[in-house]
Design a protein around this ligand. Structure first.
Ligand code: SAM
Length: 289
C-alpha cells in the first residue's frame, strides 16, 4: 500500500532531515514551509495533523524542502518576511529585513514623533524602514533611494500593499546623487547601509553568502565604505539639529568613534546597543548654527 503523508508525518520527517542537514530551527522551518504550501497559518497545522497531503501539495512541499536544504533562506522560498509586524514581499533582489533594523525604526520614531517631518531613507531595499515609519506615523514623508531598480520595484509594491505609497517617493540613485544642497533639507536621514567587510564575507552563513544580494552586504575592506560616504555628505542635506541614523556592524563603533571625534561639521554623536548588547546604531546630530 502507498505510504500516506499526513501533515504530522511530513513535519516529523522534515524536522529530522533538516536536523541532519544542519538547518537552523528545523521544526520551525518545516512548519513555515508547509503552512506556506498549504495556504494555512502555522497554528492551523496543529489542528490538521491527520490531514493527508494531495500529490500536488506533496510535490510543491518537496520542492521547498529541496531549496531550503540547499540553504536558500526561508523568506526567499515563501516570498515574504515580517518586519515591524507588517508582512513584506521579499525577492532575491532585496536583503531580508532583520529584527535589529526595527531598533533603527524605533529610534527614528522618537525623532519624528507625530509631526510632518521629512525623512531620507538611503538604500531602502524592500522598503522596510520607509514603510514602517510612514505606517506608524501618518504625517511623515519619506524619500527612499536605492541603486537597485529591482529592489525599488519590490519596495514600491510593499508600499502600495500597506497603503503608504502616497507618502514615499522612490528614487533610483547612488546615495545623495541627484539631490541638491539647495533643495529643502531633511529632518532625519536614515540608513541600514551595506556594512560587511570583504574579508568577513566567507565567515557568514551560506544562506547569506549564496543568496542575499552582494550590493546589500559588501562595503569595502572593513565594511565602512558606504557608511563613511554617508557621514561625509549627510550634513549638506540635513536641517540644523537634524539627525543621521545609521545601522552599523559589530565592532565598527570603535573605529567610527575615533573618526568622528575629529569631525567638526556634524555635532554630537551616540551609539545605541541592540538587544544582544552590540553597539548597533550610530546617531549623529547636526550642529545648530
Ligand atoms: C543592507 S541593505 C538594507 C535594505 C533595507 N533598508 C533594510 O534595512 O532591510 C542595503 C541596501 O542599500 C542598497 N545600496 C547599496 N549601495 C548603495 C548606494 N551607493 N546608494 C543607494 N543604495 C545603495 C542596496 O541595494 C541594498 O538594497
Amino acid at each position: 500500500m502507498e505510504e500516506r503523508w499526513t501533515v504530522l508525518k511530513v513535519l516529523q520527517w522534515t524536522t529530522e532531515y533538516f536536523g541532519l542537514k544542519e538547518i537552523d530551527q528545523p521544526r520551525a522551518s518545516a512548519e513555515v514551509l508547509l503552512a506556506h504550501v498549504l495556504g494555512l497559518e502555522r497554528i492551523q497545522l496543529y489542528l490538521n495533523f491527520d490531514r493527508p497531503l494531495a500529490p500536488d501539495e506533496l510535490a510543491a512541499y518537496r520542492d521547498s524542502i529541496r531549496r531550503r536544504a540547499a540553504r536558500e533562506p526561508t523568506p526567499y522560498i515563501t516570498g515574504k518576511q515580517e518586519f515591524w509586524s507588517l508582512e513584506l514581499e521579499v525577492t532575491p533582489a532585496v536583503l531580508i529585513p532583520r529584527p535589529e533594523t526595527e531598533l533603527l525604526v524605533e529610534k527614528a520614531l522618537e525623532l519624528v514623533k507625530d509631526s510632518s517631518k521629512r525623512v531620507l531613507d538611503l538604500g531602502t531595499g524592500s522598503g522596510a524602514i520607509a514603510i514602517a515609519l510612514t505606517h506608524e506615523c501618518r504625517a511623515v514623508r519619506v524619500i527612499a533611494t536605492d541603486t537597485s531598480c529591482a529592489a525599488l520595484l519590490v519596495a514600491r509594491r510593499n508600499a502600495s500593499r500597506h497603503g503608504v505609497d502616497d507618502r514615499i517617493a522612490f528614487v533610483a540613485t547612488d546615495l545623495f546623487r541627484g539631490f541638491s544642497s539647495s533643495s529643502p533639507p531633511f529632518d532625519v536621514i536614515i540608513s541600514n547601509p551595506p556594512y560587511v567587510g570583504e574579508k568577513e564575507l566567507p565567515q557568514l552563513a551560506p544562506e547569506i553568502i549564496r543568496y542575499e544580494p552582494k550590493a546589500a552586504l559588501l562595503a569595502g575592506p572593513q565594511g565602512l565604505a558606504v557608511i563613511r560616504r554617508i557621514i561625509g555628505d549627510a550634513s549638506a542635506y540635513l536641517k540644523e539639529g537634524g539627525s543621521l541614523l545609521l545601522e552599523i556592524g559589530a565592532g565598527q563603533a570603535e573605529i567610527m568613534r575615533a573618526e568622528l571625534s575629529g569631525d567638526s561639521l556634524m555635532g554630537r554623536f551616540e551609539f545605541i546597543r541592540d538587544y544582544s548588547g552590540i553597539l548597533r546604531i550610530l546617531h549623529i546630530q547636526k550642529v545648530r548654527g
